[in-house]
Design a protein around this ligand. Structure first.
Ligand SMILES: CC(C)(COP(=O)(O)OP(=O)(O)OC[C@H]1O[C@@H](n2cnc3c(N)ncnc32)[C@H](O)[C@@H]1OP(=O)(O)O)[C@@H](O)C(=O)NCCC(=O)NCCS
Length: 347
């Protein structure tokens, strides 16, 4: 059954309002944030039966994403005055990530969402993003229909997992703490501690890792915005002179980390170093950092196609907070290797 169309967006004469899609401007940012919060709040209230106090638990997406990728951020504006929808998109090299997308509840089912997605698709094309992805709600016919219209196929589940790092005795018994990171030969450093001249070279080494996982993928922008705005940091896992892996994390404040949680946005081990024990140690290093920062939880996202990574997190005591489905279109349809130790979030 189709959702009923709420006509509150019509003018008094019953004509469709004039809604235009344009790029986000600095002055729109607070309003875009409100539109996202309100829309997802309404959506989650319908799904869960109660309205969450904050739709994203305090996580924020708009301001830093716009600074990172201003050309990928769009609003739908009614009569040049009221923002009624928004879509954010970013390119990680040849990979385009779409979302969040939101249209105020009273304006839904009037093609505004499609206009926003179309704008994001054009942005991807202009920037040669040959693989495009999003995550959405697997049980929503509307969402699957909408993405299908743009050629996105449902792939596999993405699980947002977390583990409390409060060391209560009961918890410690259920899941022994992962090994300490300082194993001989392994060293953990923070990107922010590098001299400016070393940062560029490190970004190039990280690009080599992501390129080995998915050809053309480059998350440098994410690392630079986290560093530039101090949204968190990037941990570098070194083995001798080699960079064995990296983890971009956000800490609570004005970042994508919900209140009280350290959130890893992207973690990857270089394929030649993809040993489960290295992942366990790296997760241990992230947890140690969380303890140092005084947060209660560590949130790790994992795509279930990366089956070894997913299984490792389960063994480390991580539980699924919620799951979404990854949608994909474009080239490199099945690039994922289930043995790659990658934790990435396409929200
Ligand atoms: C998802 C969202 C952005 C879509 O925006 P929208 O403006 O309502 O979307 P559109 O009107 O452009 O397109 C919706 C399409 O789904 C169709 N649709 C609606 N309900 C449907 C249902 N139950 N089953 C199948 N199709 C359905 C509509 O008919 C329309 O297709 P059509 O134009 O071919 O008829 C909006 O619903 C929203 O903000 N939801 C809450 C936040 C959210 O979930 N964001 C996306 C996270 S991935």
């Amino acid at each position: 059954m189709r959702a009923t169309v709420d006509r509150a967006g019509l003018d008094p004469q019953g004509r469709l309002p004039k809604v235009q899609v344009r790029r986000v401007r600095k002055g729109d940012l607070a309003k875009v944030r409100d539109v996202m919060e309100q829309t997802f709040g309404d959506f989650l209230e319908r799904q869960l039966g109660t309205r969450p106090r904050q739709a994203f638990g305090g996580a924020q997406y708009v301001h830093h994403r716009w600074l990172m990728e201003p050309w990928g951020c769009f609003v739908a504006e009614e009569d040049n005055s009221k923002i009624v929808g928004a879509a954010l998109a970013v390119t990680w090299g040849s990979v385009g990530i779409l979302g969040p997308v939101a249209v105020l509840t009273n304006y839904q089912n009037q093609t505004i969402g499609q206009q926003l997605i179309r704008a994001a698709q054009e942005f991807f094309e202009e920037n040669n993003a040959t693989l495009q992805g999003a995550v959405t709600y697997p049980t929503s016919p509307k969402h699957l229909f909408l993405y299908h219209k743009f050629g996105y196929k449902p792939k596999a589940l993405t699980a947002i997992m977390s583990r409390t790092i409060d060391r209560t005795p009961a918890h410690a018994a259920a899941a022994p703490a992962p090994a300490k990171p300082a194993k001989p030969g392994l060293n953990v450093r923070r990107f922010s501690s590098l001299e400016e001249t070393k940062k560029k070279a490190t970004l190039a080494r990280i690009h080599r890792i992501t390129n080995a996982i998915c050809r053309g993928m480059d998350v440098s922008k994410e690392i630079e915005i986290v560093d530039g705005l101090a949204l968190g940091d990037t941990l570098l896992l070194e083995r001798g002179r080699d960079l064995a892996g990296f983890a971009i994390y956000h800490t609570p404040g004005v970042s994508e980390a919900p209140a009280g949680a350290l959130y890893v946005k992207f973690l990857a081990l270089d394929p030649p170093h993809r040993k489960v024990e290295h992942l366990v140690e790296f997760v241990g290093a992230v947890e140690a950092l969380g303890q140092e920062l005084g947060v209660q939880r560590v949130i790790l996202p994992v795509y279930s196609r990366y089956w070894v990574a997913y299984s490792t997190l389960v063994q480390c005591g991580y539980q699924i907070d919620f799951s979404m489905i990854r949608m994909q279109r474009g080239k490199q349809e099945d690039y994922e290797d289930p043995t790659h130790l990658v934790l990435d979030d396409w929200r």
